[in-house]
Design a protein around this ligand. Structure first.
Ligand code: ZN
Length: 101
C-alpha cells in the first residue's frame, strides 16, 4: 500500500514537471510568435508607407526651387500646388516659396 502511494507521488511529480516544461515551451513559443508577428507587422507597415509615398516620386532627387539645392524627395519638405509637387531643403525655403507664390 505504502509502495503504491509513493509511486503515485512520483508520478504526480513527473506530471507536474511535464506541465511545467509544457508551460515553458508555450511561453517560449508565444514569445517567438509575438516577436515574429511584430517583425512582420513593422515590415508590412514599412512597405505600406513606401507604397503610399511612391506616388510622390519619393526616391527621386528634386530641385529646391528656392535655393537650387538638390534634395532627396522622401526626406525633403513638400508642398503641392495645383497638383505639382515642390520639394524644399528646409522649412525656410518652403516658407520663402510660399510667401513668393
Ligand atoms: Zn533650399
Amino acid at each position: 500500500m505504502s509502495g503504491c502511494s509513493r509511486l503515485l507521488i512520483l508520478n504526480r511529480n513527473i506530471y507536474l514537471i511535464k506541465i511545467l516544461i509544457t508551460i515553458i515551451w508555450i511561453y517560449v513559443g508565444y514569445r517567438i510568435l509575438s516577436w515574429a508577428i511584430k517583425a512582420l507587422g513593422s515590415r508590412s507597415a514599412g512597405e505600406k508607407l513606401d507604397r503610399g509615398v511612391r506616388k510622390h516620386d519619393i526616391n527621386e532627387m528634386a530641385k529646391d526651387p528656392v535655393c537650387g539645392k538638390y534634395v532627396l524627395a522622401w526626406e525633403s519638405r513638400r508642398t503641392t500646388i495645383k497638383g505639382k509637387h515642390y520639394y524644399f531643403c528646409s522649412d525656410e525655403c518652403q516658407k520663402r516659396f510660399l510667401d513668393r507664390s
